[in-house]
Design a protein around this ligand. Structure first.
Ligand code: MLT
Length: 264
């Protein structure tokens, strides 16, 4: 792991690979960069992979207050500068990482070569969804990160994964449980406050790959199909035997789709 400062905030970032396109892997909530291990292993020989821990997660600093999706996009922009990455990158975001990707596109499109949107959404939280998220944040403050895992874990995988791959399920549960409460709360507030970006999608004029697990209940096939339809140059892949964490449940299909998309 490399540690770099953006302003006063310290970020941890996993760097792997020395040649090819810069590939920025942006994790979901409440996770850290290790969610991308199958992609880091696969793309290390083809790309310059950067997998940061976002503000408040993994080994990156936690800062007080609400952390918006825009703040996270600013962080990533600062991180690229701190890493001396001056060319355009392939921005690959999972779920919350995708929400951050939309904001990154809005502010920093000159830095984007291509977009990969994995199991993510373009709509905002409903008022009920935002309220439930804030309740979860309150529970995390009083009871610890397990309160977030309790809410999130049932939404992560396809039914077959829960049944057949308890080790993977446990791996993700542990990842959630080791996140810092203050980091989870700050991001949960940011998630609850995020905007609907559907009207912005047609402005995405770089090649885009939309990836969704066929059994994803959080960012559904229907919703992701609409995202792909709204982006002028979007390719689409539905991943069998996978839910929200398709990149972990069926990494062979996801890696192959990404490799084909970026023509390795
Ligand atoms: C994620 O995987 O980042 C979260 O499921 C996003 C969300 O809860 O909206």
């Amino acid at each position: 792991m490399k540690h770099v400062h953006v302003g006063n905030t310290k970020f941890a970032v996993r760097l792997a690979g020395e040649k090819g396109y810069p590939l920025l892997l942006v994790h979901g909530f409440p996770l850290d960069h290790t969610i991308w291990q199958p992609q880091i292993d696969f793309f290390v020989d083809h790309c310059r992979v950067m997998a940061p821990d976002l503000r408040g997660f993994g080994a990156s600093d936690v800062t007080p207050g609400v952390v918006t999706m825009e703040q996270m996009a600013d962080d990533l922009h600062g991180l690229l500068a701190a890493l001396d990455v001056h060319e355009k990158v392939i921005f690959c975001g999972l779920s919350m990482g995708g929400y951050i990707g939309w904001q990154f596109w809005k502010k920093y499109k000159h830095k984007v070569l291509a977009m990969i949107a994995c199991d993510t959404r373009a709509v905002a939280d409903t008022p009920e969804g935002a309220a439930a998220r804030r309740q979860m944040a309150a529970n995390v403050l009083s009871a610890g990160p397990g309160a977030a895992a309790k809410v999130m874990m049932p939404k992560m995988f396809a039914p077959a994964t829960y049944q057949n791959n308890p080790k993977l399920v446990q791996h993700v549960q542990q990842m959630m449980e080791r996140q810092k409460p203050a980091g989870i709360v700050a991001a949960a507030e940011g998630l609850a406050a995020r905007e609907d970006v559907r009207e912005m999608l047609p402005t995405i004029d770089v090649p885009t790959l939309v990836v969704v697990g066929e059994h994803d209940t959080l960012s559904t096939m229907d919703e992701m199909r609409q995202i792909a339809d709204a982006i002028p140059d979007a390719a689409w892949v539905a991943v069998p035997e996978a839910g929200h964490l398709a990149l972990l449940e069926n990494p062979a299909v996801v890696n192959e789709a990404i490799a084909e998309f970026i023509t390795l």
